[in-house]
Design a protein around this ligand. Sequence first.
Ligand SMILES: C[S@@+](CC[C@H](N)C(=O)[O-])C[C@H]1O[C@@H](n2cnc3c(N)ncnc32)[C@H](O)[C@@H]1O
Length: 313
Amino acid sequence: MILNKLCELEDWQNLGLRDAIRVMSPHMVRAFPDYPDLKEHRKAWEYAQLFSGLQTLGALRADAVVLGVAAGHESPLYELTKHVRWVFATDIYGAGVFTGHESDATMLHNPDQFALDSYNRNRLVVQYMDARDLRFEPETFDIVYCLSSIEHFGGEPGARTALLEMQRVMKPGAVLMLTTECIVNGADPLSIENLELFSPEALTALLASVPQLKPIEEISFKISHKTLKHVIPLERAVNDGLAGHTEYPHIVLELSGRQFTSVSVFLRKAGESAAARDATLPLYEQADSRAAGTKQTLVSSHRSRRWAGHSRR
Ligand SMILES: C[S@@+](CC[C@H](N)C(=O)[O-])C[C@H]1O[C@@H](n2cnc3c(N)ncnc32)[C@H](O)[C@@H]1O
């Protein structure tokens, strides 16, 4: 299975991905037993691509700590609580243009209301947080993911700041999964208020600007003729959504001459995990090294406070 790729109609023939789509959309399965037949939607694809990609990479471990960035109340948050130790959901809940929709403020005090199925409610933590200023210690998370959101963080500079932050809070060896908008008809990138449409070149350059993050494979920007046969103007898709209607296949959209769809990218943070670094030491030094690291942090912060005091005099 290719993990770093554009969303294509043919992906709905992939049995593993179809299973993941059903797992991520239990409400659709209840309403339409044949789901996802004839209901190809790129949003469902993004969720499934995250889930099956993490499975493929062996990242869904029982002790894994996961961060969802700009997560709204998306279904993967809930499903992941059944597979990992902790899931932290962050977003600017109650602020920004998605208030009342994806980033509804009530998510902060009642996440149960958005659960589509049973989940482990003791493993989900929901926090207000700007993606460009993640309030976590460095090297905290085993998995970080961010679905259809970096294009809303304030152009390329905002997306880059958020990527640097995500990289900072990832453990070495941790996995980052992103989905975002990618232009598929060769047009130039588009940057308007609250939305960035990346060209393949612009996205590649953005990712390369955070060299600690390495794509797990080359991104395939190939898109099939069959996928491109059905293009929905963004305005029509938005109006349909407001009227409670969805046109399928809902894969390629168009705005200002740019045809675009979702791209998924899995990246790994370079470097060794603390456990792997420790394992290279002789056994008798391993515990000492951890203790020394802790002492070092305390001593140096104590020293820097004293140093700061001297400098003021
Ligand atoms: C299109 S929605 C996607 C939400 C969710 N990931 C999903 O797939 O349903 C974009 C999200 O980005 C969030 N967002 C926009 N700017 C943000 C920022 N600076 N920090 C954190 N979240 C932000 C919005 O509040 C919104 O929830």
